[in-house]
Design a protein around this ligand. Sequence first.
Ligand SMILES: [Zn+2]
Ligand SMILES: [Zn+2]
Length: 333
Amino acid sequence: MATRPSSSPARLSAAALLALAGLSCGVPARILESNVARLFASPLPVPDKVRAPYRPEARLAALWVGHATVLVQIDDRWILTDPVFTSTVGLMVKRLVEPGLAPEDLPPIDAVLISHMHLDHLSLGSLSLIEPKVRAPLVPRGGLVYVPNHSFASFEVPTWTTWRQGDLEITAVPVRHSGYRYGLDRDWMTESFTGYVVEYHGITVYFGGDTAYDRDDFVKTRARFPAIDLALLPIAPVGPREFMESKHVDPAEAVQAFLDLGARRMMAIHFDTFINSTDTFGEAPRELRRVMAARGLGPDRVILPRHGEQRILITRGEPGGAAAASAPAPRGE
Ligand SMILES: [Zn+2]
Ligand SMILES: [Zn+2]
């Protein structure tokens, strides 16, 4: 086991580190007693990592690398969301579980989706690490200034506009989130938060980045994209709720967002990878399972992945899009 008990001085050091780190979503500096031991431990290993992610039998597959990083295959195209492969974010916020895919095993990525500039979503170290694999990073309005010169060209995609490359179409969609990257940018970083909808060959994937619950955003997105095959939705950080609820959905709100979007399936992301809350390890997935049971949603509709797990969601010969529209409605929708 990679964890070991922490001493009292270690707890104080952790509190100091977290305060200094100024965690990207602006978490108040408070002692995270339940997670402190993990701050001083090695990241948990991910056994049996996928080495060759291409699935010839898949039309749609998704591999959860960890946090908001998901590798999506749609037929012959590759999308990577908010890539973070570093062992820390912002130098001091430590990774709890190692990345579920080695960066050297990434295929060439057609589009990297950057949802916003928080340190746990835009990782410049990670972008440099995977630079040879990256063709086009997309960023929200006001995001280009945060992506310094690389060999690839980056593209700013304001809300409700679409970036196209051949048959691949990616549209920025609204989410509700706030915060800053460096502190000084708090006042002007008001629009640089987005979700994305990816469309290719009749398959549609939603990526929520970080978002609070705002029914209006999800309903508007559903009106424009009525047949989402897969919604990648955060389920944490949950606590302290009074601070988080204006910035982050909890598991129940994530499930409601999934239903508002009318998506065929949801994959839960953004949990148990970095310490950015008072949540204990495993708390958000436990709550998600409880919500799923209460709302009559089985694992065929809501996927709770392990780090490094790859799921094939649509196989060859199966249609995308149209099938989503006929997905059965759960109780309480
Ligand atoms: Zn954020
Ligand atoms: Zn985040």
